[in-house]
Design a binder for this molecule. Structure first.
Ligand code: ASP
Length: 315
């Protein structure tokens, strides 16, 4: 068996590249890194890597993590700047016994010393969107925090090795130094190759409150299918948080077990990409359904066309 599942439509081209590699016996870590890099490199995705939207000061601070499900090795970076592929830096850090989660200047300096490609990640387009938003906020007092989507993936290869990874520019207009769930083990991602893995996107501040990626893996270990585990973890926690904290932000989680079965749960409209050996390969739309279930349907061409138009629309 082999398989890969990833958050958002933006992951799909990378998933197709990973699929080819997995079919050709590649290591899950290599296939997943290739897939995440392709999202980081694409200039029209506003929330990951090159083209990502900056913090309130106009600086693009990025978060990423890599986890090996066989050894539990984790590498992560938060608030890294001017580096082309944060996921590759995170992966390299996962080989280190100490200092494997680096933030801010420490992360950027590490990447430079290790010879990772330095790149100005703020595109003219992202800068324009930021300038426009600053003007709007000055005029209207709008909440600045929208436009955030993390690419999160879980990957299984033919030899049953598993990895999980994330990459994100976090919340648009975030405060300097703000870090979300994406680089945090258990919240943004988790994988145990003897069970399965999960990855998250949504409001990091709230996802962290429930450690939802770990919770899904724990539920799969207890015998639930990936879909049951996602439904239970996501909807029960969204309810609990609403009751005890007053509200729950957006939560969308994807999961895959070590047999390539997968699941998704979300409290908002959410797209994801999946490819597994049995033939399922595509982009799907998920929505919260009745009684803590998730409605999943293939994406329509109409939606894809509108998406393409939206991400490339003049600023
Ligand atoms: N989880 C990310 C963060 O809070 C953002 C997102 O995935 O939408 O930084």
């Amino acid at each position: 068996m082999w398989g890969i599942i990833a958050t958002w439509r933006m992951a799909h081209d990378g998933v197709l590249a990973a699929k080819k590699m997995l079919e050709a016996e590649a290591f899950a870590g290599d296939a997943m890194e290739t897939a995440i890099k392709s999202v980081e490199d694409y200039p029209f995705y506003k929330s990951v890597g090159y083209g990502g939207l900056p913090n309130e000061n106009g600086i693009l601070e990025m978060d990423a993590a890599y986890m090996d499900g066989d050894t539990f090795a984790i590498g992560a970076v938060a608030g890294i700047t001017d580096v082309a592929n944060p996921i590759s830096v995170a992966r390299k850090l996962s080989h280190d016994k100490f200092n494997s989660f680096r933030v801010g200047d420490g992360a950027t300096q590490y990447a430079m010393l290790e010879g990772f490609e330095r790149k100005n990640m703020l595109t003219e387009r992202a800068k324009k969107i930021w300038e426009k938003r600053c003007e709007e906020i000055a005029k209207t007092n709008l909440s600045p925090y929208d436009g955030h989507d993390t690419v999160g993936m879980v990957c299984l290869d033919k030899q049953a090795r598993m990895t999980a990874g994330t990459s994100s520019s976090g919340l648009f207009m975030k405060k300097k130094g703000r870090v979300g769930d994406s680089p945090l083990s258990g919240s943004g991602f988790y994988v145990d190759a003897e069970v399965g893995g999960a990855a998250a996107t949504g409001l990091g501040e709230d996802l962290m409150k429930g450690c939802l990626s770990y919770e899904i893996v724990r539920l799969m270990a207890a015998g639930l299918t990936p879909q049951q585990a996602c439904d239970k973890a996501v909807y029960e926690f969204a309810d609990t948080l609403t009751r005890r904290y007053g509200k729950a932000g957006a939560f969308s989680l994807v999961a895959m077990n070590n047999e390539g079965a997968w699941g998704v749960a979300t409290n908002v409209e959410f797209t994801f990409s999946v490819a597994v050996k049995d033939g399922t390969c595509g982009i799907f739309m998920a929505n919260p359904g009745p009684d803590h279930t998730t409605l999943i349907q293939p994406i329509t061409q109409e939606w894809l066309d509108a998406y393409e138009k939206r991400i490339k629309a003049p600023v």
